[in-house]
Ligand binder design. Structure first.
Ligand SMILES: C[S@@+](CC[C@H](N)C(=O)[O-])C[C@H]1O[C@@H](n2cnc3c(N)ncnc32)[C@H](O)[C@@H]1O
Length: 273
């Protein structure tokens, strides 16, 4: 059965400004970095769900109703993720990591998962390093404190580990009822950090940046700035993995040489600052 289609909301300039101001105040995000069409879809669906007559009354509701504010935060931050999401990308990453770890001085890798959401991507990267016999750490960055909480606790829902193959599930998790605790040595490889990536990436001299499924929500200007940040924190020759669905402006891809076009892995050849 097809879902009900909602009419597309037209966000007037002043509505857009008040939604963005709320994002800034309540979520600590630069609202102007998010595409108006993305914001309009999210707000439109909540207008319909709450029965608010217009954006102004909806923003008023957001200011006074913590439940609605939490719902909207989750709609805007889109915490969807999974372990080894796009397994073929992890296959390509495995080959690329094997290659770069042979470079002189690159025997211990600093990898970023940014944004990492609830942490499944960061844990997958830590497992990948472990399985490859590589030393290294994963810096796991996200703006959502709520999302980072499960990574900080090292505990995931049984449903999310249910998607892992049985060997990895048994080897790297201890299941307790409907929860699964990640093996301590895997958790110890990961450092969770809460920050807004569009205000700057909190790292330097990184070997690999995995930045997937964030650009789709951003304006071109923000995409270009984020890519610039990725280049700034990477060592020359470092790798960037983008999400498979993301299409970025050509001008922003200057300095990025494809390593694997299908898996959307690029090498930073743009030089250092
Ligand atoms: C769809 S998830 C992507 C997770 C993971 N990279 C993946 O592909 O499975 C998007 C995440 O981006 C985070 N996010 C959105 N805007 C952000 C920002 N400005 N700074 C940091 N994290 C942000 C959200 O909190 C959410 O957890």
């Amino acid at each position: 059965m097809r879902g009900v289609e909602l009419p597309v909301l037209r966000l007037e300039e002043n509505d857009l400004a008040s939604v963005r101001a709320w994002m800034e105040r309540s979520l600590g995000l630069r609202g102007e970095d998010y595409r108006p069409a993305f914001l309009a879809r999210r707000i439109g669906s909540r207008l319909a769900a709450t029965g608010c007559a217009d954006v102004r009354s909806y923003v008023d509701l957001l200011a006074h109703d913590p439940n609605e504010s939490g719902t909207m935060a989750s709609k805007l931050l889109v915490p969807t993720t999974e372990f080894f999401r796009n397994p073929e990308v992890f296959g390509a990453l495995r080959r690329a990591l094997a290659e770069i770890s042979r470079r002189p001085g690159w025997n211990s890798l600093r990898v970023m998962s940014a944004p990492c959401s609830t942490g499944e991507e960061a844990v997958s990267l830590a497992i990948l390093l472990e399985e490859m016999g590589l030393t290294g750490r994963i810096l796991a960055v996200d703006r959502s404190r709520r999302a980072l909480a499960s990574l900080q606790a090292g505990v995931f829902g049984a449903r999310s580990v249910g998607k892992l193959d049985l060997q990895r599930r048994a080897r790297y998790f201890r299941e307790e009822g409907d929860k699964a605790r990640v093996r301590p040595d895997i958790a110890a490889r990961i450092l969770p950090v809460c920050c807004d990536l569009t205000s700057g990436v909190p790292a330097r001299r990184v070997h690999v940046v995995v930045m997937r499924n964030l650009f789709i929500y951003m304006t071109e200007a923000a995409q270009s700035r984020l890519l610039g940040e990725a280049g700034r924190v990477l060592l020359p020759g470092g790798l960037l993995a983008l999400g498979r669905v993301e299409v970025l402006p050509r001008y922003a891809m200057r300095g990025w040489t494809p390593v694997d076009r299908d898996a959307r892995i690029f090498e930073w050849t743009g030089g250092s600052e």
